[in-house]
Design a protein around this ligand. Structure first.
Ligand SMILES: *Cc1c(COP(=O)(O)O)cnc(C)c1O
Length: 379
């Protein structure tokens, strides 16, 4: 056991800013001096870099990751009467966006290992109203997109990837947005590519999605003074400047996250009372979160309280699954298709350990040491 108590933060935003301050400051100043802050040249530049990063034809900057989802749903004609199949163990916004578009969220169980949607549960949930599959690349690892694509082709369904958490990840032979109609991204500060505030984007190879989302985000306008009903959901040029500076570091930051994940997984291998994250062979997991699960649900809150008391800002993602939220489903249409024991286990047992590129070996080792100490006391 290490003697000294450390405070280990959950996020490293300020460390990250200090590491590349000159690059971020230069872009911010460039925007400030340009006099163009909305739909300006910095946004255009960042959209083109983001499309290159994903290997897609198009990238459209919007206000946040939730808007990216429902603007995409609307662009694809998903609305009232349509059903979208997804999971309940995700951030609330996935279902929220389906409801904002006026469609019905249908929840199936998640895979017990990856915690992403279980493709073998999808077909039983399909009805004549099913219009789209909405897999979430939870915690930074892609869902099984090949299986999802096959089901979508067989049943003529749209696929929208909620990629708020996995920028820079890939599967075995597929990239994000390769096997779908569009993928959406969130740039809120805590995501792997985060700005100092809110932001989001849609990446797609579909020209119509590009055209319609571009129009919808800007008051239904693609020509000065001409409008159809739309919304105001643009990515500001200041945020685009921050993101453009950070995008260049995204792969190197993913490598660091993966390095810390390897260190956690080696260090925690002997623990008897927890399960460690699973990596699908051939996939690149970018560890937005490093999520362990207590083997028994009754141990979770105790471990979380123990780590917090030891100075480690561990958290839970997500302790209350969407169907367990108070007021669910807010009077909006939703249904659960079949039992969802894996999603419920994930909500009951999950703990996220500190995970960000700027962690130090000392912080990771201290965290490992404290988890092992708890584990010994439980035995
Ligand atoms: C963060 C997140 C969103 C929403 O993104 P915002 O930018 O906060 O609107 C949607 N889905 C998932 C899975 C997320 O993690």
């Amino acid at each position: 056991m290490l003697a000294t108590k450390l405070n280990v933060a959950f996020y490293g935003h300020v460390r990250q800013y200090h590491n590349i301050k000159a690059e971020i400051d230069a872009n911010i100043h460039e925007v400030l001096e340009s006099g163009q802050y909305v739909l300006g040249p910095m946004l255009k530049k960042f959209e083109s870099e983001l499309a290159d990063f994903h290997g897609t034809k198009y990238a459209i900057g919007v206000g946040n990751g939730t808007d990216a989802l429902w603007l995409t749903f609307m662009a694809l004609g998903i609305g009232p009467g349509d059903e979208c199949i997804t999971t309940t163990n995700t951030f609330f916004a996935t279902a929220e966006a389906i409801w904002i578009a006026g469609a019905t969220a249908v929840f199936v169980d998640s895979d017990p290992h990856t915690n992403c949607i279980d493709p073998t549960k999808i077909e039983a949930a399909i009805t004549p109203r099913t219009k789209a599959l909405v897999p979430v690349h939870l915690y930074g690892q892609c869902a099984d997109m090949k299986a999802i694509r096959k089901i979508a082709d067989k049943h003529h369904l749209l696929v929208i990837e909620d990629n708020a958490q996995a920028i820079g990840a890939h599967g075995d032979g597929f990239r994000i947005a390769d096997l779908s109609d569009a993928a959406t991204i969130s740039f809120i500060i805590q995501k792997n590519l985060g700005t100092f505030g809110d932001g989001g984007a849609v990446v797609t190879n579909n020209a119509e999605v590009d055209r319609i989302v571009r129009k919808l985000r800007n008051h239904g306008s693609d020509k000065r003074s001409c409008h159809s009903p739309g919304f105001n959901s643009r990515l500001d040029d200041l945020h685009a400047g921050v993101l453009s500076a950070k995008l260049k570091h995204t792969h190197e930051w993913s490598d660091l996250r993966r390095k810390w994940a390897v260190r956690y997984t080696r260090g925690l291998a002997s623990a008897k009372n927890i399960a460690l994250p699973y990596e699908t062979p051939g996939y690149r997991h970018v560890y937005h979160l490093y999520v362990i699960e207590t083997k028994l649900a009754q141990h979770r809150d105790g471990l979380l309280a123990f780590l917090n008391a030891e100075g480690i800002d561990a958290k839970c993602h997500y302790p209350i699954a969407i169907h367990q939220q108070e007021g669910y489903p807010w009077g909006k249409p939703a249904r659960i298709a079949g039992p969802i024991p894996n999603s419920e286990r994930n909500a009951a047992c999950c703990i996220s350990l500190p995970m960000f590129p700027e962690l130090t070996e000392e912080e990771v080792d201290y965290t490992i040491d404290r988890v092992l100490d708890w584990d010994k006391r439980i035995r």
